[in-house]
Design a binder for this molecule. Structure first.
Ligand SMILES: *[C@@H]1O[C@H](CO)[C@@H](O)[C@H](O)[C@H]1NC(C)=O
Ligand SMILES: *[C@@H]1O[C@H](CO)[C@@H](O)[C@H](O)[C@H]1NC(C)=O
Ligand SMILES: *[C@@H]1O[C@H](CO)[C@@H](O)[C@H](O)[C@H]1NC(C)=O
Ligand SMILES: *[C@@H]1O[C@H](CO)[C@@H](O)[C@H](O)[C@H]1NC(C)=O
Ligand SMILES: *[C@@H]1O[C@H](CO)[C@@H](O)[C@H](O)[C@H]1NC(C)=O
Ligand SMILES: *[C@@H]1O[C@H](CO)[C@@H](O)[C@H](O)[C@H]1NC(C)=O
Ligand SMILES: *[C@@H]1O[C@H](CO)[C@@H](O)[C@H](O)[C@H]1NC(C)=O
Length: 550
């Protein structure tokens, strides 16, 4: 196919296809002598993917890209764009193997808009083929070596068999970059990639600032993604190649060719699949689910819990840096230590201990030492190093420790691991109640959640101190979709109002693991009775019980 002018190119385009089909010739390859002239296109051998020129709605700008070819999937589902930052503004474009052996998008007299930019002074003895996976691969014919591939230069879509990677030795990265907007494919502010230093994690950055983080990879899953619970289902894997490159791959179950993860212009990573029945894309999962998933939402030493009405609290032993900003919901300044650590003390009332937090997305900047340590050794490792301010243990990782500001901590209702925060003993003993509550769930035609019977208040530490502080705990009430039924009057009289805390339905659901049978004590007049153990913190801090060195 020689040069095709803009006016008759459509006609020739059709002829081209008749020609190709009728002679059974594969139309999935570009060579020096067979370029693609707008609006020609290539189709992968399996018929699933198409490569060619396209425009976005309401625009005449032309781009070269890859999209789905069949099942009526709209062309706007663009998977890859070559000249994303440099659209063709007019004239007729060509996508070809240039005489230096690179893939280029050009127009007019060799005006180059985009180039694969990998071969220097080579011969045009190269060809590019659109594979059945949607990967466009440029090969050197003489050596058969792959010199460039679109999967190593992705746009905003992560497809099965693609690998997001970072090489820790030479810094080479393969990462997604969002579009600027849904009508502008040029580089946006968000990128998605791997950060394998220390313990591998995946990140989304807003420009260069972290925006979202998976938490550490433990060999099976990411600690910070409790919903990514099945490797088999979600097929997420991290591997390295002994040459310093770490790869993140994603195998999608079902119809992998018609499923992908897209990093949208607002930085949301969303996994979609094509639903043939609906004839539309369906969102399988959005990885950024709550405000708490945004990196560092609560600042340093803050902890985020999406089910609370005010999502951020300071860790116990810490107070807001800027109390006015904090109370107005600007949490980015974070929290600061109230009382200094006393690593110098070997014994005594103020020596350091650890506060245990459960179901946690551990903070960023975890440090890890090669040696295999057992869980019970982590505590001493941390205690014996005065720069260690927190530790955690995961069977797949071993001991993790922290010596910098603790940032991006989240408390989950399920999943996560235990995090132990170093605090002076006086802080540990201060606010510390464990309440065991027995709740009843009244069942009816609608799920009528009413409540409550007996409180077993177990004051583990200083009850008197608590009373002096005049803790105000409010009437125990459970919210649900259905009408709220208050506890029976006689019960109400028996229990002092001041001792009745206030819970949300979600909190109780979480505490009973969605009213799991294993937490059921029996049936009463109101319905089933469940046992839950809820940690109550006097100053509305959520952490649980204290834990001292032996
Ligand atoms: C395209 O232009 C039409 C008319 O100018 C307008 O109604 C429509 O909203 C535009 N669509 C997009 C996606 O911008
Ligand atoms: C390179 O190889 C491809 C596929 O085998 C072939 O179609 C093409 O003609 C070759 N190109 C050159 C310049 O020999
Ligand atoms: C192009 O590649 C073929 C092998 O596919 C080789 O035989 C031929 O010599 C090469 N031509 C040039 C000019 O390098
Ligand atoms: C991304 O960063 C820019 C500043 O670089 C900021 O204006 C914007 O609000 C950030 N976007 C989000 C979603 O946080
Ligand atoms: C496909 O789904 C999107 C939202 O997910 C919706 O806006 C759009 O109208 C749907 N298109 C069709 C053809 O149903
Ligand atoms: C949040 O507080 C910091 C200082 O504490 C201030 O610099 C910043 O402008 C505040 N942000 C907003 C959105 O008010
Ligand atoms: C203590 O921890 C710091 C920070 O993690 C580390 O650099 C240092 O090597 C540790 N010291 C000892 C004696 O292990």
């Amino acid at each position: 196919m020689g040069t095709i002018t803009a006016s008759n190119s459509l006609l020739l385009h059709l002829c081209f296809y008749f020609f190709c089909l009728s002679f059974g010739k594969a139309a999935d390859t570009i060579t020096f002598s067979t370029p693609i002239n707008d609006p020609q296109a290539l189709t992968s051998n399996n018929g699933v993917f198409r490569l060619g020129f396209f425009s976005l709605s309401n625009s005449t700008d032309r781009y070269v890209g890859i999209w789905y070819n069949n099942r009526g999937i709209p062309q706007e589902s663009v998977l890859w764009v070559a000249n994303r930052n440099n659209p063709l503004k007019g004239g007729s474009g060509v996508f070809m193997v240039s005489d230096d052996g690179n893939l280029v998008v050009s127009y007019g007299q060799n005006q180059v808009l985009w180039s694969s930019n990998v071969r220097n002074g080579a011969t045009p003895n190269a060809s590019a083929r659109l594979l059945d996976t949607g990967n466009l691969v440029l090969k050197d014919n003489s050596t058969a070596a792959t010199v460039w591939e679109s999967f190593r230069h992705p746009s905003d879509v992560f497809m099965p068999t693609m690998r997001i990677s970072t090489n820790v030795r030479n810094g080479e990265k393969v990462q997604l970059t969002s579009w600027k907007s849904s009508s502008d494919p040029s580089n946006g502010g968000f990128s998605f990639g791997m950060e394998p230093l220390n313990i591998p994690q995946a990140f989304i950055w807003n420009n260069s600032k972290p925006y979202w983080r998976t938490g550490p990879w433990n060999g099976h899953t990411f600690i910070g993604l409790p919903n990514l619970n099945s490797v088999v289902l979600d097929g997420v894997r991290i591997e390295n190649d002994n040459e310093g490159t770490w790869y993140l791959t994603l195998a999608l179950a079902g119809q992998p060719l018609f499923s992908y993860v897209n990093l949208d212009p607002l930085g949301n990573p969303t996994q979609r699949y094509w639903d043939d029945e609906k004839g539309n894309w369906t969102t399988y999962r959005s990885f950024l689910e709550t405000e708490c998933d945004i990196y560092g939402k609560c600042g340093a030493f803050g902890i985020c819990e999406s089910q609370k009405s005010s999502i951020c609290t300071c860790l116990r032993g810490f107070e807001p840096n800027n109390i006015d900003e904090w109370n107005s919901g600007n949490w980015t300044d974070g929290c600061t230590r109230i009382k200094p650590l006393r690593c110098d003390l070997e014994s005594g009332d103020d020596k350091d201990g650890f506060l245990k937090l459960e179901r946690i997305k551990v903070p960023d900047f975890a440090e890890w030492s090669e040696s295999d340590h057992l869980e019970n050794e982590c505590e001493n490792l941390c205690l014996n190093n005065c720069s260690c301010i927190a530790y955690a243990y995961d069977a797949g990782i071993g001991c993790m420790s922290w010596s910098q500001d603790l940032i991006d901590i989240q408390k989950f209702s399920r999943g996560g691991i235990n995090l132990y925060i170093r605090l002076p003993r006086s802080e540990l003993e201060k606010k510390n109640i464990t309440v065991i509550i027995i709740i009843t769930v009244a069942t009816g035609t609608t799920v009528l959640i009413a409540i409550s019977l007996v409180f077993l208040l177990r004051w583990m530490a200083k009850k008197r101190a608590m009373k002096q502080k005049g803790e105000e705990i409010r009437v125990f009430q459970v919210h649900a979709k259905s009408p709220v039924r208050h506890m029976a009057d006689e019960n109400r009289k028996e229990v002092k109002l001041q001792q009745l805390p206030f819970f949300k339905f979600q909190e109780l659901a979480a505490a009973t693991m969605d009213f799991n049978l294993s937490n059921k004590l029996g049936e009463g007049g109101f319905g089933p009775v469940y046992k839950v153990k809820i940690e109550i913190d006097a100053s509305s801090l959520n952490p649980s019980w204290t834990h001292f060195p032996p």
